[in-house]
Write a protein that binds this ligand. Structure first.
Ligand code: PLP
Length: 319
């Protein structure tokens, strides 16, 4: 292992240490060959995991679920990972501790196709290509309060599940998210809601979508062309536990405009109220009561204040 003194913290919040192919190394050290297959063909998969400060220190939220999703995606992409879910959780805890994070943190594991095995001709391939796994961490403070976002309905459609394994966070698939988010920002908006090929709501660029009608929470089903978000699952669980009715059914874009409330869910942003879609206020155009309630429940469960779900937390004991 490299001397700790060689690792220097980045002002952007990138942790000084990274995990790279079996070793903890200074985050600036790994250099990939320009022929790296994932760079050319998008043949990789990643996760975004958050750790929040609670009374027990910094705790990873639903790390097991994130790593199970990562390893399922690896099977789809024929990426062989030596590490088990338990190993990955252990590596994450070590890395977060080594990087000295003591406030809200974001963990980014990436499994990817690296190099063609000797003797194989260059080209798109999954078999016959070596695999690699890396991990970096960032200090990533949660934004205080609920500001809400304004969205457009994107002109880009979410690819169908028979065109892309949408249930996995596949690197190449994020081209659609990037185009949609870029389109929204060029319009002066915060995010884009993408429709599926049938014209129903799929998801936002990097979040799942919920709408509220007369106190009932509606979200598109995971059989649609969307990522089954871990935050989505958390929101559904918390809503049902607190007596809110949740229905998973196709949701039309016109329905969003008539909803009492719309909100997004993701690891990166938590529960994010949508104030307007396509220039039209949703409900009163302010943060609605259901979104505020769900955001409060989410804040409690991620920060160790919900005793029913302490098993979702993996706490990083300080050195
Ligand atoms: C396309 C997409 N949909 C939904 C989500 C939300 O997933 P999760 O709640 O697991 O973060 C993400 C997260 O990054 C995403 O990239």
């Amino acid at each position: 292992m490299t001397d700790q003194n060689e690792a220097v913290s980045s002002p952007l919040g990138l942790g000084a240490w990274a995990y790279d192919r079996g070793r903890l190394v200074p985050a600036a050290e790994p250099a990939l060959p320009l022929s790296t297959q994932c760079l050319h063909y998008g043949t990789g998969t990643f996760e975004g995991i958050r750790a929040y400060r609670s009374n027990d220190g910094l705790c990873l939220f639903r790390a097991r679920d994130h790593y199970e999703r990562l390893l399922r995606a690896c099977r789809i992409l024929r990426i062989t990972v030596a590490e088990t879910v338990e190993d990955l959780i252990g590596i994450t805890v070590d890395l977060v501790r080594r990087n000295g994070h003591d406030s809200d943190t974001y963990v980014r594991p990436l499994a990817y196709k690296l190099s063609l095995l000797p003797g194989l001709a260059p080209g798109v391939s999954l078999a016959g290509v070596s695999d690699a796994l890396s991990m970096v961490t960032y200090t990533f403070p949660c934004e205080p309060g609920l500001k809400g976002v304004r969205c457009t309905i994107s002109s880009w459609r979410r690819p169908q599940r028979d065109a892309l394994p949408v249930q996995a966070k596949v690197v190449g698939g994020y081209v659609t998210s990037a185009l949609a988010a870029d389109e929204a920002r060029a319009l002066g908006l915060d995010d884009a809601i993408l429709l599926d090929s049938t014209g129903n709501v799929a998801e936002a660029s990097t979040s799942n979508v919920f709408a509220v009608f007369a106190g009932r929470v509606v979200t598109p089903p995971v059989t649609g062309d969307l990522l089954p978000g871990i935050t989505r699952d958390t929101v559904i669980t918390l809503c049902r536990e607190s007596g809110l009715d949740v229905v998973e059914r196709p949701l039309g874009p016109g329905e969003l405009l008539g909803a009492d409330e719309v909100f997004l869910s993701s690891t990166g942003k938590g529960v994010d109220p949508v104030l307007a879609v396509s220039g039209r206020d949703i409900g009163s155009g302010a943060v609605g009561p259901v979104a505020a309630q769900v955001a409060g429940l989410y804040e409690a469960v991620t920060h160790g204040a919900d005793s029913k779900h302490l098993d979702w937390l993996t706490c990083v004991a300080p050195d």
